[in-house]
Structure formats: C-alpha cells, structure tokens
Design a protein around this ligand. Structure first.
Ligand SMILES: [Zn+2]
Length: 161
C-alpha cells in the first residue's frame, strides 16, 4: 500500500471500531492518531533497512503501542489516555500490516510468535485504484462516524420523513 492507502484503510477500520464509543475526545484522538501512526512502519524505506522486516510485525506494533502509552501517561498522568495511546499505536501498526498483507510482497507479520511469511497477492502495493478507493472509503467512513455519533444523521433522516 502507498501512504494514502494505509491512511484510508486505518480511517475505515477505526471509524467503525470507535462508533460504539460515541462522540468523545478519546475516540477522535484514537482515530486521528492511529491514522498517522499507520504510516510509520514504512520508515524502513527511509532508513535503508530491509523493507517489510523489523517494522512490519506484532512485536513492532506492541513497541509502538507501549511507547505512545508511556509518553501519554507521563505527560497527562491519566490511565485512560495511556490506554487510548496504546490502542492508537498498536492498532495503527496492525492496520498497516493488514494493508500490506493483501499485496504481493510477503513478510512475517506474526514475529516474534511465528516466522510464517504471508502475502494474499490481491493487488500491487502501488495499485492506483485500490489506494484511491481506500482514501475515498476512509473519508466517507470518518464523516459517517461523525454524523452517527453527533446525532446529525438521525436529525437528517427525521427531517426527510
Ligand atoms: Zn509497509
């Protein structure tokens, strides 16, 4: 996936995941932060490390989740905010892995639990259509989330009846 495809997929996943939690600072923070963090694993391309290696697995997701949680806990001294940070950090990386799994280049997402290589080979990572649809889907999902949790969708439906 390209960066915009990863951001789009994360917006889709987290907009729906956060819907049951309603309209809250923490829920919006998780969605935005996870979307940003979902771009992080491809930092390996910038660092010259082997691509889809040490930044593309469960261990890296846990490290990022814990790091964000610790930073949040010490800066705001609040356990709920720390948990929010963990969910955004861990979930953002997991969402990145899900986006990469559908492409051709296999990698080992279950490290350190398993060395199994996975690639579903559904599309190329720079597929313009797939990346484009993920962005559109992400924006729509986030708007849908906001309309639902703020009660605006209900208002609109009632006005139309
Ligand atoms: Zn990647």
């Amino acid at each position: 996936m390209g960066p915009h495809g990863h951001a789009g997929l994360t917006l889709i996943l987290f907009s729906f995941l956060m819907m049951p939690f309603g309209y809250s600072f923490e829920a919006i923070l998780i969605i935005i932060l996870a979307t940003g963090i979902s771009l992080l694993p491809d930092i390996d391309l910038l660092c010259g490390w082997s691509h889809r290696g040490k930044t593309h697995n469960l261990a890296f997701a846990a490290i990022i989740g814990l790091s964000v949680a610790i930073i949040f806990f010490y800066s705001m001294n609040d356990l709920i905010i720390a948990l929010t940070g963990f969910m955004a950090g861990f979930g953002g990386v997991i969402s990145h892995l899900l986006g990469d799994i559908i492409t051709y280049k296999s990698f080992t997402p279950f490290t350190p639990f398993s060395k199994r290589k996975i690639a579903l080979k559904y599309c190329k990572s720079d597929d313009k259509k797939v990346n484009g649809w993920l962005v559109i889907g992400g924006v729509l999902a986030f708007v849908f989330y906001l309309l639902i949790v703020t009660g605006h969708l209900e208002e609109i439906i009632q006005k139309c009846m």
